[in-house]
Each structure stands twice: as structure tokens, then as C-alpha cells.
Design a protein around this ligand. Structure first.
Ligand code: C2O
Length: 546
């Protein structure tokens, strides 16, 4: 048995005066066709006339002792691209979510509402900032979401009595680099999940999405050039995030903030914001806000793709998950399973997905003409490799030493420095070595407000860039992407947190810095048509190696 340290907090008066709608705006107002969901909510609001908000953003009672996870039994479930489901698989998916919506009993953790609230509970400490843990912005991100999807998938399968039921994945990365190409999958899978103008009787529908059939995710964030960089990160820290999460609150010191991995920031966060606001990227509707994202069924297809990309990354030679015991064995995540049993599961129990969780990914068949597009997606054995994360060197070149906190202006900002002679030699030596080190551009101490989204593109030695890129651009190294936690602007209950960002430079980009006299970093906020420009704070900007 695993001791559960959290206490359920219910009826916290601070939340009483808020409308639940602030958190799941529109999900339940999807029209008559979503009668099952609406009924669910009506029933709950009768039971709980003054709900805590987000209502039950904590597990339903009873909690207490959790059972330890035991490896899955049953057939290996095959997760396929949402664009490759046959008609029968689409109806099966819809039938499963329709059953989820029908569960209206308040304390039944299998229902749609409770399932969505699980994500809220693990986001910025849940409703009261006290009971939950924050699994975003660091090394828990991939393992926690893998476990969440596992339980969600098995609940859905059990509801329709199908032990082979599998979640689909939304492979937005199956596309060309050309941002004007319309043939890729960097679009919303509306033919399955429904577009805003469609009939909301589809149980996969969510009225807070704003993407239409002609919208395309800018390929700078999801195209082959970007994915090559993300999947080429040699260190789990740069790819999937780091630990040191104990002191995430601004103003505390003594510990380095967690690093958000590149997969989590850009593409993952970008796709969240894009789904609810493709032009403005403001977030603050279901997919665009962590507290409510789990209420949109497409969340699970988006995260299945993130999970698939983790398997792809981990299957590559030289890549390894953290061997740190705290990551592997010391932090259980808690979920209810399909039998409503409260389970504690560890990262160590999810890293070998096929053996332990009994599912695998069928690689996408894209482009349609390519023979076996990606042979690497299904190598689950390799994912059990673990290793000590490679440490970061002391700064080679400091562009901003971080004595004070800086505010990033809404206009593009360039930080520039003459590279000291010694650093120049060091960079040349590091990049020319037979086994070259990875150069990492770090932007540390980024202060993340709980209630606003942000996208800031980062370029190295491109002081001429004055507007956000849509397609691949030389010098682009990635983006700072922030999905807001909640829309509770006035409450101040969700703490502002601080994260480090690390952009590992691909070998060509690192080599291009060799012998250069100047180093510049240009930060380009991506502002939308219908929102004010973002202002973010940060501390240090520097180049280091690992
Ligand atoms: Cu828990 Cu995509 O966020």
C-alpha cells in the first residue's frame, strides 16, 4: 500500500462564489446534442449547490490508502493515427465517450467530468494550490500523462466492454515544412472530433475550440525540421524536462527551478493554445488552459501523440530516461482504475509501455506514398534504458547574467555580446571534437503567470528577425510556450511559478557558432490579432554545454 499524503479539501469557501463556467467555459453549453453531458452537470449541481471550483478538482471520496499498480493484463492495444481510423473505429471511439458522458453519479470517478478533473488536480496544485502536485513544466510531465492516458483508455474500453479499445493519436507532426502546404496532418482532426460549426451531437465535440478545416499549425512548431531538433535532443532534461521542483515559487531561492522540456513547450504547449485560438493563441478555453484541458476529448489524442513521440525519442540510440531514483521510484501518481480502485503508479512502472501497460503505437502512414514511414515508433524494449542525466557546464557565454529580473517587451528583443576570446576557443573545441558536446542555450527563471498563455520564439544569431516565423527559419532554436493554468485571474491562488528553458542546438547550428565573434539571441513574442502582446519576465540568458 502506498500512503497518500493529500487531504481532500472540499467546500473551501473561497471557491464558492465562482461560476464553474469560468473553468470549463462552454464545454457544457454545447447544445441540446450534448444532452448526456448537460444532464451530468445538472445532476451534480443539484447535489452540490455551492460547488467548489473547479468543482471536485480533487479526487472523489474516498481516498486514503492506494493500491500499488500491477502490470496490465489483456491484449496489447494498438493506438493508431486519428487520421487512419476506419469507420468502425471511429464509431467505437464515439460510443466510448458517449458512455463516459452518461456517468452522472457524483462520486463515480470513471465519468467524463471526474476524468477531466483529474488533470486539473495535477495542475498547479489544483483548486486550492495545496492538495495536488504540479506535473507540468518538468520531468514528471511525460510519465504522468502516460499513466493518465493508460487509466483513461482502460476506463473507456471497459465502458463499452472492449478490451482492445485504444485511444487514437493526433499526429500533427505528420506534415511538410512548407507552412502553406495544406496536405499534412498539422490540422484539427475535425472529421472525427468535430469542427466548431458541426453538429454538437458528436460526443467528441467541444464548443470551445476555434479551429476550422482551413487552419494549419505553423510548421515552425511541428514540422519535420522542428521535430528533428526535438527528437534529436540527447539529454532527457532538454527533451522531457528536469527535476528540482521543490521550490517552484518566485522569490524562493536555493534551488534551480525545473527545466521545461522542449517537447512540452514547443510543440505540445503550442498545440494546446492553437486548438482554442489558432490566431491569437490566448488559451483560456478548454484545451487552452491546463485546469480545463482534460474536459476536451481531443486532449487525449493530442497527448497520445506526445506519448508516442516520447517512445520514438527513447527508442533512439544513445537516448535514455532518467535513472534518478526520485523520478523512477519515489513519486506515485494516483488514479482510479476502471474498477474504481484507487491506484498509485510510479514512473518506473510506465517507462516500458508495452510490457507494463500493454499498448503500442502503430506508426503513422504519412506521407501516404512513403513505404513504412517510421519504423522506429514501436521499439518499446529500448525505452527501459535509464541513465544519469548529463550535467550542464558553467556558462560559456553569458548574455544576461540575471542579477535582476528582466521584463521581455512585446516587441522583438535582441541580446547581443562579443564572445570573449577564451569562450570562442572553447566553443570551437567543443563543436569540432570527434564526439561533439551539445551546446545549450538557456533562458532561466522565466516567470510563468497562472492565467495567461505566451509564445516567444527564440533565435540565435538572427538579429534581423522582426516577425514570428511560420515555417522553418535558420537560427530558430525553439519557443518558450506557456499554457495558462487557469482563468481565475482575480484569485491569486495558483502561484506564479518559475521555469528554466533549455534549447539544445542541433549540430549544424552549434557548428555555425564556431569562430564567431558575436553571439546574439533574439526573442520574438508571437502576438495574436485579438489579444494584447505578452510580457514575460526572466532572469538569465546564457550558452552552456552538456
Ligand atoms: Cu497536462 Cu497537455 O497538459
Amino acid at each position: 500500500m502506498i500512503e497518500h499524503r493529500n487531504q481532500q479539501k472540499s467546500g473551501n469557501s473561497v471557491w464558492k462564489n465562482l461560476r464553474r463556467r469560468d473553468f470549463v467555459a462552454g464545454s457544457l453549453a454545447a447544445g441540446a446534442g450534448l444532452a448526456a453531458g448537460a444532464t451530468a452537470w445538472n445532476a451534480w449541481s443539484q447535489v452540490t449547490p455551492t460547488p467548489t471550483i473547479p468543482i471536485e478538482c480533487v479526487p472523489p471520496v474516498p481516498m486514503g490508502q492506494a493500491s500499488a499498480f500491477a502490470p496490465a493484463v489483456g491484449p496489447v492495444r494498438i493506438r493508431k493515427s486519428v487520421f487512419e481510423l476506419d469507420a468502425g473505429e471511429v464509431s467505437r471511439l464515439k460510443a466510448a465517450y458517449a458512455e463516459l458522458l452518461k456517468i452522472t453519479k457524483k462520486n463515480d470517478p470513471r465519468g467524463w467530468y471526474r476524468q477531466g478533473a483529474v488533470h486539473c488536480w495535477y495542475c498547479s496544485g489544483a483548486a486550492d494550490s495545496l492538495t495536488g502536485m504540479e506535473i507540468h513544466g518538468g520531468w514528471w510531465f511525460l510519465a504522468w500523462h502516460r499513466a493518465y492516458l493508460y487509466f483513461h483508455e482502460r476506463i473507456l474500453g471497459a465502458l463499452i466492454g472492449d478490451p482492445t479499445f485504444a485511444l487514437p493519436y493526433w499526429d500533427w507532426d505528420s506534415c511538410n515544412d512548407d507552412p502553406n502546404d495544406m496536405t499534412g496532418r498539422n490540422r484539427f482532426p475535425g472529421e472525427v472530433y468535430g469542427f466548431p460549426q458541426d453538429n454538437p451531437s458528436n460526443p467528441l465535440f467541444d464548443s470551445t475550440r476555434a479551429v476550422g478545416p482551413n487552419d494549419r499549425i505553423p510548421t515552425v512548431h511541428v514540422g519535420p525540421t522542428r521535430m528533428k531538433v526535438v527528437l534529436g535532443s540527447k539529454s532527457f532534461t532538454d527533451f522531457g524536462g528536469s527535476g528540482n521542483e521543490e521550490l517552484p515559487v518566485v522569490g524562493q531561492s536555493g534551488s534551480d527551478p525545473q527545466q521545461m522540456g522542449q517537447l512540452e513547450a514547443d510543440p505540445h504547449g503550442f498545440v494546446h493554445l492553437w486548438t482554442t485560438d489558432p490566431k491569437g493563441l490566448s488559451g483560456l478555453a478548454d484545451m487552452g488552459m491546463l485546469a480545463a484541458a482534460g474536459f476536451d476529448p481531443v486532449f487525449f489524442a493530442h497527448h497520445a501523440n506526445i506519448d508516442r513521440l516520447w517512445s520514438v525519442w527513447a527508442g533512439r540510440a544513445g537516448h535514455a530516461n532518467p535513472s534518478n531514483d526520485r523520478w523512477l521510484n519515489q513519486q506515485p501518481f494516483f488514479f482510479y482504475d476502471q474498477a474504481q480502485v484507487w491506484i498509485g503508479i510510479l514512473a518506473n512502472q510506465v517507462i516500458d509501455a508495452e510490457t507494463s501497460l500493454s499498448y503500442r503505437y502503430q506508426p503513422p502512414h504519412w506521407p501516404p506514398t512513403a513505404a513504412a514511414a517510421v519504423a522506429e515508433a514501436g521499439n518499446p524494449r529500448a525505452t527501459i534504458r535509464v541513465a544519469q542525466a548529463a550535467p550542464l557546464s558553467a556558462p560559456l557565454v553569458a548574455l544576461d547574467t540575471g542579477a535582476d529580473q528582466k521584463t521581455l517587451s512585446p516587441q522583438p528583443t535582441t541580446l547581443q555580446i562579443a564572445v570573449p576570446q577564451e569562450a570562442k576557443q572553447r566553443i570551437t573545441a567543443l563543436t569540432a571534437a570527434a564526439n561533439p558536446a551539445t551546446l545549450v542555450l538557456r533562458i532561466d527563471g522565466v516567470e510563468i503567470p497562472a492565467d495567461r498563455g505566451a509564445v516567444v520564439q527564440v533565435f540565435v544569431n538572427r538579429p534581423d528577425v522582426t516577425a514570428p516565423a511560420r515555417g522553418p527559419e535558420p537560427g530558430y532554436v525553439g519557443s518558450i510556450v506557456i499554457v495558462p493554468s487557469t482563468s481565475a485571474r482575480t484569485l491569486g491562488l495558483h502561484p506564479t511559478i518559475t521555469r528554466n528553458f533549455g534549447f539544445s542546438l542541433p549540430p549544424e547550428q552549434a557548428a555555425a557558432l564556431s569562430g564567431k565573434d558575436n553571439l546574439s539571441v533574439t526573442l520574438v513574442p508571437v502576438t495574436g490579432a485579438n489579444k494584447p502582446p505578452e510580457v514575460l519576465r526572466y532572469r538569465r540568458v546564457y550558452l552552456a554545454s552538456r
